[in-house]
Design a protein around this ligand. Structure first.
Ligand SMILES: Cc1cc2nc3c(=O)[nH]c(=O)nc-3n(C[C@H](O)[C@H](O)[C@H](O)COP(=O)(O)O)c2cc1C
Length: 208
């Protein structure tokens, strides 16, 4: 069976990677809310250093707010065209303040306290921008997982960083310290997008 946009079974990882491409025009129908939650759940299975899970998701399914986000994204039409937009950002201050949440419960109460304190100590010498940068490297992994999870369930996306972060923070009521992995319009494809154009493996790889 060929993996297409209309496939009803979940795609294999290989099929999801092969058939993902940036889509900027979407079928005009609301997102299935169960699928949306499942895509977010799958993305949240991304790995992170010390399992800190610095990523946070802001899901917008409101045409008025999407129109404002589109404006903040220099008018890029896909922001309003998609049935939903997922904004992925990292919040290292929330991560540190609630570090106990991300430590495996199997560790026991004492270990959880010790490890949470150690994590806070590790970043105490850095300012919020520096540790926010570290947190963003983790959130980027969830951003990539999100695109593939969506494709795996038959949805399409376009990753975006072409927006004014300050304006998006204001529109979503996010604190100053958060950093954006990107904005992800999501829905069913209404165009085919461009075929992949990539470096050859030999151009980008050194085998030792
Ligand atoms: C971090 C990031 C930011 C991007 N920002 C935008 C954007 O603001 N607007 C847009 O139309 N596409 C954006 N793209 C999509 C890229 O143009 C696209 O991924 C690339 O050309 C490869 O095409 P493909 O996604 O179809 O494989 C972005 C992609 C990434 C990964």
């Amino acid at each position: 069976m060929t993996a297409t946009a209309t496939t009803t079974r979940p795609l294999t990882v290989t099929e999801a990677i092969e058939t993902r491409r940036s889509i900027r025009q979407f079928v005009q129908e609301p997102m299935n809310q169960d699928d949306l939650r499942e895509i977010l759940r799958l993305a949240s299975l991304a790995p992170s250093a010390n399992n800190v899970q610095t990523w946070r998701f802001a899901v917008v399914q409101n045409k008025e707010l999407q129109a404002k986000l589109q404006e903040a994204a220099f008018g890029q039409a896909q922001v309003s065209n998609a049935p939903a937009v997922i904004v992925v950002y990292s919040d290292m201050e929330d991560t540190l303040a609630n570090a106990e949440e991300t430590i495996h419960p199997g560790m026991g109460e004492e270990q959880i306290k010790t490890r949470a304190a150690r994590l806070r100590q590790q970043f105490e010498a850095q300012d919020s921008v520096q540790r926010g940068q570290w947190a963003l490297t983790q959130a980027n992994l969830a951003f990539a997982f999100l695109m593939l999870a969506a494709r795996g369930l038959g949805y399409d996306t376009v990753p975006m960083l072409g927006f004014d972060p300050q304006k998006v923070k204001e529109l979503l009521g996010l604190p100053e310290h958060v950093q954006f992995a990107g904005m992800l319009p999501i829905g069913k494809r209404a165009e085919e997008g461009f075929p992949h154009h990539r470096h050859s493996i030999d151009r980008i790889t050194t085998f030792y």
